[in-house]
Design a protein around this ligand. Structure first.
Ligand code: OAD
Ligand code: ZN
Length: 246
């Protein structure tokens, strides 16, 4: 089966780089974006320039974030996260590339330095001007007090979750690190992503073009199934459960 073949590929590989999307966290109760019921089927994304230009957009962005608070707070790493953490502990995986913002790879045992976050992190906030970090309870208290989204106490620019919105510049360090990882692995695992959002979706192709084998694990077809060496069209927890170690 696909899972058996994946086991052989993992055993033979010296350097495995996982690349994850929202599908790895759905079993943890966090909705993805494009499945039925996904976030972008319910809400239009708020683009970065709208956030900058409009106080209403900022308030709406923060209301959406606070509405997800209990979901993020309750989420624990799933079987997919734990399987990848086992590869990391075994020394097979130097670091992980993720589009996810939920901090669950860190929670599963990856050192923060070894989680390459392409789209940032929603468990804290940053000023979009000076980059100063704020915690979410600070933002929430200010929001509830003033009825509007808070600005930075240092430079007065808006404070936003530390995530990347459409139209916002990609984090340079993460892009550089992901490029190195994709170019120097021998097995690349694209897990739980529809692979439609660029530049993130370029990394599986980059790995493949650099000589790595490409495995795609996703319960629906993706944009890149035709170039993969193995496609496991199956539930991620089921597919990766056998690779969860002690
Ligand atoms: P998507 O929602 O586009 O894709 C998630 C994929 O995971 C879908 O194809 C699902 O069918 C699949 N999936 C969900 N649960 C699964 C499960 N238990 N087992 C197997 N497959 C499952 O999410 P991403 O590809 O991560 O960026 O989205 C990419 C980017 O688009 C996000 O990082 C975010 C979003 O807009 C920004 O906002 C910048
Ligand atoms: Zn600032």
């Amino acid at each position: 089966s696909g899972v058996e073949q994946l086991g052989n590929m993992i055993a033979e590989a010296a350097c495995i780089v996982p690349f994850t999307g929202a599908g790895i966290s759905t079993e943890c109760g966090i909705p993805d974006f494009r499945s039925p019921g996904g976030l972008w089927t319910r809400n239009r994304p708020i683009a970065f320039d709208e956030f900058v230009a409009s106080a209403d957009a900022r308030a709406e962005a923060w209301r959406r974030r606070f509405a997800m608070e209990a979901t993020f707070a309750a989420a624990k790493p799933g079987r997919g996260h734990r399987a990848l953490a086992s590869l990391y502990k075994a020394g097979k995986t130097p670091a992980i590339i993720t589009q996810n913002i939920d901090n669950l790879h860190q929670a599963s045992g990856f050192r923060a330095d070894d989680v390459v976050e392409l789209h940032g992190n929603t468990t804290y906030a940053r000023c979009i001007g000076c980059g100063h970090a704020y915690d979410l309870p600070w933002v929430k208290a200010r929001f509830e007090e003033a009825g509007s989204a808070p600005d930075c106490t240092i430079c007065d620019e808006p404070v936003k979750t530390a995530t990347i919105s459409f139209g916002q510049a990609m984090p340079e360090d993460a892009m550089r690190r992901a490029t190195e990882l994709a170019q120097h692995c021998d097995l690349f695992l694209a897990i739980g992503s529809s692979l439609v959002v660029w530049p993130a979706a370029g990394f599986p192709l980059m790995a493949k073009n650099s000589g790595a084998k490409l495995v795609i694990i996703n319960n629906e077809p993706t944009e890149q199934d035709d170039v993969a060496d193995l496609v496991i069209r199956h539930d991620i927890g089921e597919a990766l459960g056998p690779f969860v170690g002690n």
